[in-house]
Design a protein around this ligand. Sequence first.
Ligand SMILES: *[C@@H]1O[C@H](CO)[C@@H](O)[C@H](O)[C@H]1NC(C)=O
Ligand SMILES: *[C@@H]1O[C@H](CO)[C@@H](O)[C@H](O)[C@H]1NC(C)=O
Ligand SMILES: *[C@@H]1O[C@H](CO)[C@@H](O)[C@H](O)[C@H]1NC(C)=O
Ligand SMILES: *[C@@H]1O[C@H](CO)[C@@H](O)[C@H](O)[C@H]1NC(C)=O
Ligand SMILES: *[C@@H]1O[C@H](CO)[C@@H](O)[C@H](O)[C@H]1NC(C)=O
Ligand SMILES: *[C@@H]1O[C@H](CO)[C@@H](O)[C@H](O)[C@H]1NC(C)=O
Ligand SMILES: *[C@@H]1O[C@H](CO)[C@@H](O)[C@H](O)[C@H]1NC(C)=O
Ligand SMILES: *[C@@H]1O[C@H](CO)[C@@H](O)[C@H](O)[C@H]1NC(C)=O
Length: 537
Amino acid sequence: MFAVNKSVLIAVLLHSCFATIYARVIQEETSSDACPPPQLAFNGTETEQGEVRIRKDYTHIREVKFSGSIGPLGEKRLCKIKCIGGQWVGPLCVDNHDNGRFHPLFRSCKLEYINPHLVVTFRNVSIQTAGWVFPHEAKLQIRCRELGLYKLLGTASPRCQNGVWSARLPSCVPTTLLTNFTEDAPPTLLIRIPSGSASVEPGGELAVFPGSTVHLECLFSRRLGSPDWTWTSPLGQYLTGWAIAAEERDWKYRLSIYYVKPQDSGTFTCATPRGITNSLTLQVAAVHCDPISVSGPHLTIRVEGTRLGHTAIFQCPMGFKVNGAANLTCQASGKWSAPVPTCELVKCESLDTPGGLYEPHLHLEEHNNSYGGRAIFSCAWGYRLMGPPGIECELNGNWSGPLPKCVPIQCPPPVIPVNGHLIQSEAAGMDGGRYAVGSLVQFACRGAHQLEGEASIICTETGFWSHPPPFCKPRCPYLGEPDNGLVAPTKFAYEPGDELQITCSPGFEARLEARPKCLPDGRWSAPLPNCTNYSEI
Ligand SMILES: *[C@@H]1O[C@H](CO)[C@@H](O)[C@H](O)[C@H]1NC(C)=O
Ligand SMILES: *[C@@H]1O[C@H](CO)[C@@H](O)[C@H](O)[C@H]1NC(C)=O
Ligand SMILES: *[C@@H]1O[C@H](CO)[C@@H](O)[C@H](O)[C@H]1NC(C)=O
Ligand SMILES: *[C@@H]1O[C@H](CO)[C@@H](O)[C@H](O)[C@H]1NC(C)=O
Ligand SMILES: *[C@@H]1O[C@H](CO)[C@@H](O)[C@H](O)[C@H]1NC(C)=O
Ligand SMILES: *[C@@H]1O[C@H](CO)[C@@H](O)[C@H](O)[C@H]1NC(C)=O
Ligand SMILES: *[C@@H]1O[C@H](CO)[C@@H](O)[C@H](O)[C@H]1NC(C)=O
Ligand SMILES: *[C@@H]1O[C@H](CO)[C@@H](O)[C@H](O)[C@H]1NC(C)=O
């Protein structure tokens, strides 16, 4: 058994039930016991290439050490997997609390859901979205978003213990200001800092710069009795009582701390006559944050100062948006509440995706998803745009409207002529009595009727038929010629009103009561007469 220091430059991802580790192999130890190549992937994607490339290398390797990056913030730790009895075991990672010994990674915990009232912080980084996975021993800090307006119920700092949170995530209970001053609600605590500065810390404490003045106002309906302020700072002597101003005197029970000193740190609790409480923890800290240095282009900044509680507000010019937090507060840790943001060009979601637009039949004619740019659409043949043909990328990064739709162009059912009918040759193109573009319909006339107009018409892209529907006009049929006689005029069909003139050959005569006349319904008024031998009459 011997150690080699091959620097195989591969990015490794090991999936195990313990954790997801993005790593780079830094050292391997070889032996003659063969393990299959460990399950490897490049940046989260398992690749054939990776397998093939290392299969050869791993046949004699017994231990692989790599630098793992663990948890959502990518904490770096030395980890290893070991080949034991032909199987990879691990990962084991160095535990900084145990003299750098290797330990199995305990199960991580997932944050499935974040109640919108909660502000969740992990290692001073605010966690905005659910779905994060936290390593074993990770401790979250949780507070209610509106300090004083809600009371946190439950533990403010749950810890991940081998896949299970040490406590349920807390919830936020609305206080008197939100419940219309009902007697069973915890009192609302309002904070006013008429002079000085303060910051709301991730753990829900109010960090105050020394020398500030703090008014804590406990909101309670005076006609229900007086609440009571208590505090944990042993030397504290504070002025408490109902506010004086007429509009406040019936609902604001105040505690005032003038010229805050470090020994004022502690928890201040307001209890209603029924003993329902709400508390606020004050932490006095003479902290300054480092001045903010802005390096990126476009970014403008308005800094109040670098003292605890001071804010820095960032802005970007038109067409850009602040990427990150636009408001930073100097916190008790001496750090700004978030990293300095950058200005990012406003872009709308790209519509030009490889899968095409999800709206079938819709085509992009033009696509510019920068602020002020536009997307222009068209539809496939036989479809018509419904909605504006173009949308613009707006300043907020949203398109000015939804994508238009493509609706099939259809012609209405054609008018069927009286005494006629359709020959449904293209029934496939029909949709609920309507016809798709390109559908062809043919007409025929019934009985003694003749088609006048186009016998077949087609549904065009305009949604109209190529021609008006034909008419079926009544017509008398040609009766043929009588024996020994002639008929005039001769036509294939006769219009109503036409009369037949019969001329018999010499020696023959037609016995005529009336000349046959074409009637309006397409029938002859009389049958074709016979030319009979004169001598027979
Ligand atoms: C893996 O991802 C990191 C950061 O996302 C990148 O810097 C690195 O080049 C990627 N490596 C490979 C092999 O794709
Ligand atoms: C609060 O109380 C007032 C007066 O009793 C009433 O008019 C109002 O509707 C209540 N509001 C809510 C949200 O219950
Ligand atoms: C940023 O801070 C300013 C001044 O304190 C405040 O008016 C504004 O509402 C804050 N904006 C955000 C997004 O928190
Ligand atoms: C987070 O902030 C607290 C003070 O609020 C500080 O004591 C602590 O060291 C910070 N933690 C990290 C990981 O930066
Ligand atoms: C996209 O639109 C913006 C705003 O009208 C314009 O400044 C930019 O040049 C356009 N980009 C392209 C590639 O046409
Ligand atoms: C952008 O559109 C989304 C989805 O319609 C909407 O939720 C969001 O509020 C819009 N953003 C702005 C800044 O209007
Ligand atoms: C014409 O002659 C035929 C055969 O002789 C007869 O059936 C028919 O009724 C005659 N037509 C008329 C109008 O007399
Ligand atoms: C008409 O009938 C008579 C007698 O039947 C006959 O003699 C004569 O030839 C006929 N005429 C013609 C033109 O057929």
